[in-house]
Design a protein around this ligand. Structure first.
Ligand code: SF4
Length: 489
């Protein structure tokens, strides 16, 4: 997939444990959600230390830096830019030095009413660097002004009170984690666009019970925490010395579960639990159902690494066509280069994937991938397979055509660059130079996820935006004809 993930968040409250190392491990498990910058904020109960920088988690932190970050609670963030460009000032967590020691915030998602929020709060354009920074600024403004007479106990509830004021004003996609000197807090927006889950570090003879919040459940597994549950859309969880408390800061009529359907298709790790199911199983079922839609005679089913592989396994299982590897992925590519142009993006395929010629030559291939966004990399991939001797290439996509930009935290190009928005299926077949092309239907996608009654966002597939979106965000195009999108300028 050519669209980019948009951030992973992590938080831990664990008296007696070395939380900076736990946060490092958690962020490492969430690296796939953002590779541009990484950071963490750690508190020892008196002060908050923030460390963040550009690059992968393992580049930003080393043993020496982690050892300097002392405390029993922390939040962390891995970032891919959606709002705001890619540079240091956009790295998270963001910090505000208000009250006794301030607070830190990390955000996965994208807000849709930043203009109104900024105007309402009287924040001058250019003062804040991103939507996350805007929320932090609004919270900072809502904090009680410094008063030496206020006791620590009186100040203790400030973060929750301020969130109670600010959160109801905020619209769009947000899974937040926050921290002050006494607590960590996790918030999921009323639609639950982006995931957030709760885990527990069990008490031992020496250590109290600890608590963890993470975008995806594997970040709990790697630090030995037990998955407890996913936070509900519209839920705020406060974790402090008294344990875990659940609050509902949003009006009940705003709560409408719409988890991003592409978390299942591509963004989330296969070992992540979402809506109670492991994502890998859902991807296999997508492949099985895809095989039933448009059968084809072929010699080999292969997946495009990594997220196309489980669907290819499912396709092979259902079709009876042997499954095999046709491409090897360079596992160490990361985001070591940025490819701003179509041509460079196409070249990037060669750096990332290499064909297994003996497996491919002379074969009729079913090639399974998760999605087509611009089509540039898919076209380069098909060319590579044909050059390696493929007799036929039948492309199968484990999601419906991607026709609309995402405004909820995923970096996608504007409509004019979305292949399925500008070309018919026949034109796409010709452009990609494939013998046949089939997309998984939305009905089958939902069936494969197997979460009866669960709500999804599928706006990039249907144009039905569950939360009103601005006319333009950054370089996104006007949302023409979107059935429930509201122009806001
Ligand atoms: S528009 Fe698409 S990518 Fe964005 S949140 Fe909705 S389903 Fe996910």
């Amino acid at each position: 997939m050519e669209a980019k993930e948009a951030c992973g968040v992590f938080a831990v409250y664990a008296p007696g444990r070395v939380v900076s190392h736990l946060t490092f491990d958690g962020l490492y498990a969430l690296q796939h959600r953002g590779q541009e910058s990484a950071g963490m904020a750690v508190s020892d109960g008196e002060a908050i230390m923030v460390m963040k920088d550009m690059g992968l988690v393992a580049k930003v932190f080393d043993e020496q830096k982690l050892s300097a970050l002392r405390g029993s609670m922390a939040i962390g963030h891995t970032r891919y830019s959606t709002a705001g460009s890619s540079d240091w000032q956009h790295a998270q967590p963001v910090f505000r030095g208000v009250g006794r020691a301030g607070f830190a915030l990390a955000h996965n998602g994208n807000l849709t009413n930043t203009k109104e929020l900024g105007e309402r709060a009287g924040i001058l354009p250019g003062l804040v660097s991103s939507d996350s920074d805007l929320v932090a600024e609004m919270m900072g403004m809502a904090y009680p002004s410094g008063d030496a007479e206020r006791t620590r106990a009186e100040e203790s509830g400030d973060l929750e009170r301020v969130l109670g004021e600010v959160l109801p004003l905020v619209e769009g996609a947000f899974s937040f984690v926050l921290l002050d000197t006494e607590r960590i807090i996790g918030v999921r927006d009323p639609n639950g666009f982006r995931p957030l889950c709760l885990g527990r570090l069990d008490a031992t003879d020496e250590l109290e019970t600890g608590w963890v919040l993470a975008s995806e459940s594997p970040a709990l597994d790697v630090i030995g925490a037990t998955f407890i549950r996913e936070l509900e859309p519209g839920e705020m969880v406060v974790i402090d010395a008294n344990g875990v408390r659940s609050e509902r800061p949003f009006a009940a009529d705003r709560v409408d579960p719409r988890l991003c359907i592409f978390e299942f298709v591509y963004f989330a790790r296969p070992d992540t639990t979402l809506y109670g199911n492991e994502v890998h199983g859902a991807r296999r079922r997508m492949g099985q159902l895809l095989a039933s839609q448009r059968p084809v005679a072929a010699d080999l089913v292969m997946g495009v690494p990594d997220s196309g592989v489980p669907a290819a396994e499912g396709y092979a299982l259902a079709s009876g066509i042997p499954y095999g590897q046709g491409l090897v992925k360079n596992r160490y590519i990361g985001r070591t280069f940025i490819a701003p142009t179509q041509a460079e993006r196409a070249n990037g395929v060669r750096r990332k994937l290499n064909p297994l010629r003996e497996n491919i030559a002379g074969k009729r291939l079913v090639v399974v991938d998760d999605s087509i966004v611009r089509g540039t990399t898919t076209r380069a991939l098909v060319k590579m397979l044909r050059e390696a001797g493929a007799a036929e290439v039948h492309l199968r996509i484990s999601s419906p055509p991607f026709k609309w930009p995402c405004y909820y935290g995923i970096d996608t190009p504007d409509r004019s660059k979305l292949l399925a928005a500008i070309k018919s299926p026949e034109e796409i077949t010709e452009y990609l130079n494939v013998d046949s092309l089939e997309y998984l239907s939305l009905e089958h996608l939902v069936k494969a996820i197997d979460a009866p009654g669960a709500g999804f966002c599928a706006a990039c597939l249907t144009g039905e935006y569950p939360v009103a979106v601005p006319v333009a965000i950054g370089d996104h195009d006007v949302v023409e004809g979107a059935t429930s999108a509201t122009a806001r300028s």
